[in-house]
Design a protein around this ligand. Structure first.
Ligand SMILES: Cc1cc2nc3c(=O)[nH]c(=O)nc-3n(C[C@H](O)[C@H](O)[C@H](O)COP(=O)(O)O)c2cc1C
Length: 228
């Protein structure tokens, strides 16, 4: 195993779903920027980048989620949870059909201004994306478009957590929240229009307060991977 492989394996084993962070230990601006750049540079289907990221640093704003974010509120271990202790707390928002249905204005602007594609290539991608949504993957309604967008967000979050671990930074992915109440708080308190964006997943980053509660367990390689 070469040095890079050893570092990657060390990071993989170091990373665990951190339940409680050391609330005094803050991630440096430079290191958190590296984590954010990792998200921004992550791949996405058709390169559409169908997600936004909220970084919620104010204690008061984080508390708005406490009652119903059961996967981050420490209720199971009698602590302030990830919401109360993480150095940085993020919510990924998935784009809805308003921007991610084929031929949308957002996509035309994105392909022209961000990807700087010539018109003929944009025309080709529009047609391919329509076929992908309607024929190949049957992404037929707003809910399915949100799910598709969320899948792209999860790739970014996964990359963020791995890169964080390589820097000795802990993290936790969080799906433990009530969707309806989260949508309502995001709309009423953050001005996020649910017609445009729906919450996908949360992510907490910081430095662990204690070691992992549970040892890392996984299925064996041969139970997971088939060489065919
Ligand atoms: C999509 C996703 C959602 C998760 N949601 C939560 C959560 O709400 N709260 C929590 O403490 N852990 C959460 N986890 C962490 C998992 O329980 C954890 O990754 C799994 O048990 C394996 O443990 P390890 O990551 O420590 O190796 C989530 C993990 C994933 C991938």
């Amino acid at each position: 195993m070469n040095d890079i492989q050893a570092q990657i394996m060390e990071a993989n084993n170091f990373r665990h779903a951190t339940k409680v962070f050391d609330s005094e230990a803050k991630i440096s601006e430079s290191e958190f920027n590296t984590i954010l750049e990792t998200a921004r540079l992550s791949p996405s289907s058709f390169g559409m980048e169908p997600w936004q990221l909220l970084v919620i640093q104010s204690t008061e704003k984080r508390e708005l989620f406490r009652e119903f974010a059961w996967g981050a509120n420490g209720a199971t271990n009698g602590t302030a949870g990830q919401l109360g202790t993480a150095s940085h707390f993020c919510i990924f928002l998935a784009h809805t059909g308003a921007t991610m249905a084929h031929h949308s204005d957002y996509q035309q602007k994105h392909m022209k201004e961000v990807k700087q594609l010539p018109d003929e290539v944009i025309g080709f991608i529009n047609d391919a994306f329509q076929k992908f949504q309607e024929h190949d993957f049957h992404i037929e309604g707003d809910r399915q478009i949100v799910d598709w967008s969320a899948r792209q967000a999860y790739i970014a979050l996964g990359n963020m957590m791995t890169v964080a671990a390589l820097m000795g930074i802990d993290s936790c992915p969080i799906e433990g929240f009530e969707m309806g109440k989260t949508i309502a708080v995001l709309e009423e308190r953050f001005g996020i229009d649910p017609k445009l964006y729906k919450p996908a997943v949360m992510g907490a980053f910081g430095y662990r307060a204690d070691g992992p509660v549970f040892p890392k367990t996984r299925r064996k390689m041969e139970a997971v991977v088939s060489w065919v």
